[in-house]
Design a protein around this ligand. Structure first.
Ligand SMILES: [Zn+2]
Length: 415
């Protein structure tokens, strides 16, 4: 298939971002990365060149190396409500779907049409929850963290503790998967070669593992995103009849919605038609069931010497831990809203805002029942005491709001 220049790559990612945003923001994400210089066009070009050099390497191709590559995975579960703190079982089912898909062991592989079955590959890539953290302490591979953020944008903030998210574990050694409630996005991934602090996959809390709750409820979003994380492009090459850099995937006009059947021809894709059942299309979970040998070769190339995923081979992530202490699970703060005590009060009242340190630096007002402001205070710490001894007995409202729209209001009774 034809190769595209890096300049064209830039443009086609921009073209795509408007159309496929609902289902997959990866291209939009890559576009924004290029725009923000996190992944320069030079890096995209480097990746394509590296993959092209490895292409045709006998050990990588069909019938070549059958060594299983096992990727240590850490899930960072960021939750604001208990429903977002998804159970271990859901994460385990996600790992199972990843392994069945990359090893071509899923029951639905029988749905791969006869005309493409010859191309369908066991990629010999597996995923396993980490057993050692970066300091070789015991881990279950699942890290849970309460956050005051109730919804996230696809802007990587969840990848930083300083933004109320969770920092990546060394991305040379682990696949980081962040799970959080995402606005209008099922998930997105970073391509190899970008900022190591942002390297990994982000999944919407509702899209992890097998839930059966939507068209994307069978855990295949993570399979698609893992494909991106391993350097795969969308099947339509992110352009009208574009190039995905893989030889055995037919050209395709664009992405697929829903769950088509039969032969669909586009771009002179040949008698077999489009491969809309490929994991790198946007077809419903129930209707995608293969990676090709060409895609497998492209992914496995990244683990070769000098490749961006080479570090996985020497990762400590799946080694037995040296420190066996079970880490104490991080508890959510007791109060998920301002806590005022004592209330009613006579002389002073303590305000605890520890559930959300972002209140520091904002202003708080105390208003009487007539709506008159009787006090204005700068919030300089998460826990502080205010003197109310001079106030007349009665009911007051304490309020504060932030630039991001977050606000709270609490009633105080002065005795
Ligand atoms: Zn995608």
């Amino acid at each position: 298939m034809r190769r595209v220049s890096s300049g064209l790559v830039l443009i086609l990612f921009m073209v795509l971002s408007a159309s496929a945003q609902e289902s997959c923001e990866t291209a939009a994400y890559l576009e924004s990365e290029i725009k923000n210089n996190f992944l320069s066009s030079g890096q995209v070009e480097w990746l394509e060149k590296f993959v092209a050099e490895k292409k045709g390497d006998k050990s990588l191709s069909r019938g070549g190396d059958k060594t299983i590559i096992t990727i240590p995975v850490v899930f960072h579960v960021l939750y604001h409500t208990s429903a977002q703190n998804i159970p271990d079982a859901q994460i385990h089912s996600q790992i199972t779907v990843l392994n069945e898909s990359f090893r071509r062991l899923a029951a639905d592989t029988v749905n791969t049409p006869e005309r493409f079955r010859e191309l369908a590959a066991d990629c010999f890539i597996e995923f396993k929850l980490a057993t050692s953290d970066t300091r070789r302490r015991y881990t279950s591979g699942i890290v849970r963290k309460y956050t005051p953020i109730s919804i996230w944008d696809a802007d990587d903030k969840m990848k930083f503790s300083s933004e109320m998210g969770a920092d990546a574990w060394d991305s040379k050694q682990y696949l980081n998967i962040w799970v959080c409630p995402l606005r209008r996005t099922l998930g997105y991934a970073s391509f190899p070669g970008g900022d190591p602090l942002k390297d990994g996959i982000v999944l919407n809390s509702t899209t992890v593992g097998v839930t059966g709750k939507s068209s994307f409820g069978e855990g295949k979003v993570a399979v698609h995103e893992a494909g991106h994380w391993l350097g795969l492009r969308h099947i339509w090459g992110d352009d009208y009849c574009g190039d995905d850099g893989v030889d055995d995937t037919p050209k395709q006009a664009g992405f697929t919605n829903g769950c088509p059947t039969g032969v669909r021809l586009s771009c002179g894709s040949g008698a077999a038609g489009d491969m809309y059942m490929n994991y790198m299309d946007l077809t419903n979970d129930a209707c995608i069931n293969l990676f090709t040998f060409g895609q497998s070769e492209r992914m496995r190339a990244l683990f070769e010497p000098g490749g961006p995923r080479e570090g996985i081979h020497t990762s400590i992530g799946l080694q037995p831990p040296l420190i066996h202490e079970i880490p104490i699970a991080e508890e959510p703060p007791r109060w998920l809203r301002p806590n005022l005590f004592p209330n009613p009060a006579t002389t002073e009242i303590t305000i605890d805002l520890a559930y959300d340190p972002r209140w520091i630096g904002n202003v708080m007002y105390l208003t009487n029942v007539q709506g008159v402001r009787v006090m204005m205070l700068n919030i300089t710490s998460t826990i502080f005491t205010i003197d109310i001894s001079q106030l007349k007995p009665g009911i007051y409202l304490l309020t504060s709001h932030r630039k991001d729209g977050e606000r709270w209001q609490e009633k105080i009774i002065k005795m």
